[in-house]
Design a protein around this ligand. Structure first.
Ligand SMILES: [Zn+2]
Length: 332
């Protein structure tokens, strides 16, 4: 391969990426506000003035405008440059890893959908099923034609098949459904959003039934790692030092047990672990039906506490699933 040509193509891929990132921002915004993608033209959400073309240059406009609307000086959401840069960066990484293959085309389609799904989920805690259907469609298409295995010397990392893709779709959706159902039966609450069922199914269609198991496990790990710092900050704000101390003891016992495994330490670990689990579960809103009734009745003190609890625990799972998939693509 020609080195200079690769550099030129890399730059082209990055610029295409940030431009498509700019389009993804529009898709995200219009999906959340239920507007058409084509119409109306981009405008400032505050002063409603239509934007000029030079206000719409990916990344650069945000820097030149210093993050403010050119007309009313309203702050522009940091989401715009982040999504643009991330899209460009991930497109470039995909090209560098997979080169001139069908893999690159499909991976950038997957990545674009991951970005849309994660952003709507983080922003408004909604995952649109339509986006998951599109992802599932491309996943099945990819595996049906076995595009990844067309190249010698660039054997596809997923090594899946049409059957594995369909099984992955069913398995991903089934595991999250079971988890959803279990939470509803045992804890009488939504421990996971129903949209996650479709996301997990779509990822199963892309990566096959074996790999979706790895992705789900990694996603749970990512979710815990994101959740704990947020939870600790909440505990410090509430001055709940007892629970913090329990976490500390738990961590110390766990490390001791790793170095010198001992039955007494293991038992202590299980007991503290159980106490901590109960503490976390206690903060979940008790019953969704109850919660809705409370909210309808009045804006009482209790409702405020409940919605605060909900805020902690409805950490969206979609972004964790998408991050796990990215790790799988690039590190596998
Ligand atoms: Zn404005």
């Amino acid at each position: 391969m020609n080195f200079d040509l690769d550099v030129v193509v890399s730059i082209f891929v990055f610029i295409t990426g940030i431009s498509i990132g700019s389009f993804l921002n529009v898709v995200i915004l219009r999906a959340l506000s239920n507007e058409s993608i084509v119409n109306p033209p981009s405008k400032c959400p505050k002063c409603q003035k239509p934007l000029k073309w030079w206000h719409n240059i990916p990344l650069l406009s945000y820097i030149f405008l210093r993050g403010k609307c050119a007309f009313c000086k309203e702050k522009i959401s940091i989401q715009y440059p982040i999504v643009e840069f991330l899209t460009g960066y991930l497109y470039l990484m995909t090209f560098l890893k997979f080169g001139y293959t069908f893999n690159t085309i499909f991976i950038i389609i997957f990545i674009s959908l991951f970005i849309i799904i994660s952003t709507t989920d983080i922003k408004e805690h909604v995952a649109f099923n339509l986006h998951s259907y599109i992802l599932a469609f491309f996943g099945i298409l990819y595996n049906y034609f076995n595009f990844g295995n067309l190249y010698e010397g660039n054997v596809w990392i997923f090594q899946t098949s049409f059957i594995a893709s369909i099984l992955g779709l069913l398995l991903g959706a089934a595991i999250i459904s079971a988890y959803f159902g279990l939470g509803y039966l045992v804890l009488k609450t939504m421990i996971i959003g129903p949209g996650d069922i479709f996301i997990a199914g779509a990822l199963g269609a892309c990566f096959g039934w074996k790999h979706i198991l790895i992705i789900l496990a990694v996603a749970v790990g990512i979710q815990i790692l994101t959740f704990l710092p947020i939870y600790f900050v909440k505990l410090i704000k509430k001055k709940d030092y007892i629970t913090l101390a329990e976490f500390l003891i738990f961590a110390i016992c766990a490390s001791c047990n790793c170095i010198y495994p001992h039955i007494a330490v293991s038992i202590l670990l299980i007991i503290i672990g159980a106490i901590l689990c109960k503490r976390i579960l206690d903060t979940l809103p008790k019953n969704l039906v109850e919660l809705n009734e409370e909210m309808l009745k009045n804006e009482s003190e209790e409702t405020k506490i409940s919605s605060e609890k909900e805020e902690i625990f409805h950490l969206p799972f979609g972004p964790a699933l998408c991050c796990a998939s990215l790790l799988f693509i690039f590190l596998h």
